[in-house]
Ligand binder design. Structure first.
Ligand code: LLP
Length: 449
């Protein structure tokens, strides 16, 4: 392929990706060797890329915002013990959706104060787990707040801090399935409901310490955050004058997008987004004579997506009248994003990735769905059966939304750091597929009587 196309594709890979000899390497490790050692489909995560992304967030926050600031990792993008440990070691907060993710945070030893629980419809079990183990609960609606007030009255101690989730009435530009800020969204409370919620917190003696909103996920233009921050500050100004309350923490969610495909390069840097948030929040507070709250951002994808690479084996090459199909050993079950959102990916062959292009290829998985096509119409070299291909930007919302469709076993996950590979999630086995299952009663067991 052309030098430009190749280097653009390589740019989407983790920061320490390179070609050595004729093979793609990440963090000093050959992707061919990793695929052979651990099998495919295989997901690898590069620690250096995770660290760089986090460093970019922290640097941009301290450059853009004069108040205190911090980062919460939105665990829904990808959560397992190792990534939670990574978050703990870097003193990140962890956003957990419900009791399940919370249990992973606890297993990793994340301290209570750094655990925040989200959810649009937290079950009683979610709420109980959050009250027992989280530092903060982000309340989605008034009925949930009432449940928490009752739990508080029944005497749990210490009780988490409460943040309220605002629905600012404006989403970011992204796929409609991942827009959340619009007025008819199922998430959050209207400004009027927030006013009511503040009163309820007071009456119930709940420690109300934050205001939160999240307008949607995977946006590239931060402009809609400006009116949303202004809406939030108008509300806070009003509340401050009426009740004297002002939040210690202000969180405009996460959602910053990443480039998945060479066509999306160059992509604006994260500092464009954080610069806007920091400036609008600081100026907005000053203009209204309000103090500066602590600014907390809540990214998932933009921390982990580029750190992850999916490796597949090309099982067969099939030529139909219209298409060249590269049939892979994974797809829909480990990455439902193309089928769900029409997400576009790219890839490189692991061996001789700079080979001349042969023409467009369609990369599809083995699953019984015509929608199981990971990549459509991608210029690719003449790849043979038995070769490995590497799909970059695979670290977010792939494994976390994966399934056992058609009896697929979830892939192994390997952590790469400074030339060392560590298995952090083993591949599921056939036994795992029936681990939860119980047999029907024996149809003959009643006959004997
Ligand atoms: N905060 C809240 C309250 C959220 O709901 C989300 C994502 C985030 C933060 C993190 O957003 P991020 O920075 O990762 O964009 N499955 C979809 C994405 C769903 C996002 C759900 N909420 C996808 O694959 O694109």
């Amino acid at each position: 392929m052309s030098r430009t196309l190749f280097s653009k594709r390589l740019e989407l890979f983790p920061i320490a990706a390179e070609v050595r000899g004729e093979t793609l390497f990440i963090s000093g490790l050959s992707l061919n060797d990793l695929a052979q050692e651990f099998g495919t489909p295989l997901y690898v995560y590069d620690q250096a890329t995770l660290d760089r992304n986090l460093q970019d967030y922290r640097a941009a926050l301290s450059a853009a915002y004069p108040g205190k600031s911090g980062v919460t990792y939105a665990g829904k993008a990808f959560l397992c013990l190792a990534i939670a440990q990574w978050a703990r070691e870097r003193d990140l907060w962890l956003d957990c959706t419900g009791a399940g993710e919370l249990s992973i945070a606890q297993a990793a030893g994340i301290k209570r104060d750094n655990v925040l629980v989200h959810g649009v419809n937290k079950s009683q079990a979610d709420l109980q787990a959050a009250v027992a183990a989280a530092g903060t609960i982000v309340v989605d609606h008034l009925a949930e707040l009432e449940k928490l007030s009752m739990m508080k009255r029944s005497g749990s101690h210490p009780f988490p801090q409460i943040w309220l989730r605002l629905r600012p009435g404006l989403a970011v530009e992204t796929h409609s399935y991942t827009q959340t800020g619009q007025s008819d969204s199922k998430f959050g409370m209207s400004p009027d409901e927030i006013e009511r919620a503040v009163q309820l917190c007071r009456a119930a003696n709940l420690e109300l310490s934050g205001l939160h909103f999240h307008q949607g996920s995977h946006f590239h233009d931060p402009a809609p955050l400006e009116p949303a921050i202004e809406t939030a500050l108008d509300l806070l100004d009003r509340l401050n004058r009426q009740t004297g309350w002002f939040p210690k923490m202000f969180c405009p969610g996460g959602g910053w997008g990443v480039p998945y495909h060479e066509d999306e390069l160059p992509h604006p840097p994260v500092s464009d987004y954080i610069g806007l948030v920091g400036r609008v929040l600081a100026q907005g507070c000053r203009r209204r004579g309000l103090p500066l709250p602590d600014l907390q951002l809540e990214p998932g994808r933009s921390l982990v997506a580029r750190a992850g690479v999916a490796l597949y084996r090309v099982e067969s090459v099939k030529q139909t009248d219209q298409r060249r199909w590269l049939l892979l050993d994974g797809g829909l079950a480990d990455n439902p994003r193309p089928a769900l959102y029409g997400a576009r990916y790219t890839c490189l062959p692991v061996s001789a990735p700079e080979r001349a292009n042969e023409g467009p290829a369609w990369l599809a998985g083995p699953f019984c769905e015509s929608g199981d096509v990971l990549i459509e119409r991608l210029p690719m070299p003449a790849v043979q059966a038995g070769e490995y291909v590497a799909v970059p930007v695979s670290g977010a919302y792939q494994l976390s939304m994966g399934s056992n469709y058609n009896g697929a076993r979830r892939p192994a996950v390997v952590w790469l750091n400074q030339g060392r590979s560590t298995l952090i999630q083993r591949r599921e086995t056939l036994d795992d597929l029936i681990r939860r299952d119980l047999p029907l009663p024996d149809p003959h067991s009643g006959d004997a009587q």
